[in-house]
Design a protein around this ligand. Structure first.
Ligand code: FE
Ligand code: FE
Ligand code: ZN
Length: 200
C-alpha cells in the first residue's frame, strides 16, 4: 500500500516533469523550424509542433485521471537539450550542415521524451492505471514516429547533402572556383571557405 503510494507519487512527479518539458518544446520548436533550411525538415518540425500541443492537452487529461492539479515541474533535462539546440542555431553552419545539426538536437529531445514516457507508462500499467497508460502510449507513438522520420530525412538526403557541401567548400577554397552555388547557401563571404574560421 505504502509502496504503491510512493510509486504513484513518483509517477505524478514524472508527469509534471513531462508537462513542463512539452510546454518548453512548444516554445522551442518554432525556433528550430525557423532555423531549418530544408522545407521537408521545417514541415516535419512544424508537424511535430502541432502534435506536441496535443501532447500537452493529453497530459492535462492525465492529471485529471489521477485527480491531480495540472502543474509543471521544471524539466532541467529538456531545458539543457533546448539550450544546446539554440546554441547550435547561433553557429555559422550553413544549409544542410545546419539541418543535420538541428536533426541531431531534435532527436535528442525525442529520445529524452521516449525514455520518460516509457517509464511512466510502465508504472501506470503496474499501478493498474490502464487508461492512463494507453493515453500516454498515443504520445509515445508520436514521439517514436517523429524520431523515425528525422532519421529517415537525415539518412535519406540531408546527411549526404551536408557531406557534399563540406567537400564542395574545401575544393572551393583550393581552386577558388565555385562550381555549385546551390550547395553553398547563405554565404556571407563570397562563397569562399569559412571552414577554417568556423570553430572557436
Ligand atoms: Fe513530446
Ligand atoms: Fe525532465
Ligand atoms: Zn516530441
Amino acid at each position: 500500500m505504502n509502496e504503491q503510494t510512493s510509486l504513484r507519487n513518483l509517477m505524478v512527479e514524472e508527469i509534471k516533469d513531462l508537462y513542463d518539458a512539452e510546454r518548453q518544446l512548444v516554445k522551442a520548436l518554432p525556433k528550430m523550424a525557423k532555423g531549418a533550411n530544408s522545407d521537408e525538415l521545417r514541415a516535419l518540425i512544424t508537424g511535430h509542433l502541432s502534435e506536441t500541443e496535443e501532447q500537452v492537452k493529453r497530459l492535462e487529461r492525465a492529471f485529471e485521471m489521477l485527480d491531480e492539479k495540472p502543474r509543471g515541474k521544471h524539466c532541467a533535462g529538456i531545458a539543457g537539450i533546448i539550450k544546446e539546440g539554440s546554441d547550435l542555431l547561433e553557429e555559422d553552419f550553413d544549409g544542410a550542415v545546419m539541418d543535420a545539426g538541428i536533426i541531431a538536437g531534435a532527436q535528442r529531445a525525442e529520445h529524452y521524451e521516449i525514455g520518460a514516457y516509457g517509464s511512466v507508462i510502465a508504472w501506470a500499467k503496474q499501478l493498474g492505471e490502464g487508461e492512463l497508460a494507453s493515453l500516454l502510449e498515443d504520445t509515445m507513438q508520436e514521439e517514436k514516429n517523429a524520431d523515425e522520420k528525422l532519421s529517415a530525412l537525415a539518412e535519406g538526403s540531408i546527411n549526404s547533402k551536408a557531406a557534399a557541401a563540406a567537400g564542395q567548400r574545401k575544393s572551393t577554397a583550393s581552386n577558388g572556383e565555385d562550381r555549385s552555388p546551390r550547395s553553398v547557401p547563405k554565404s556571407r563571404n563570397g562563397g569562399r571557405s569559412k571552414a577554417s574560421t568556423r570553430r572557436r
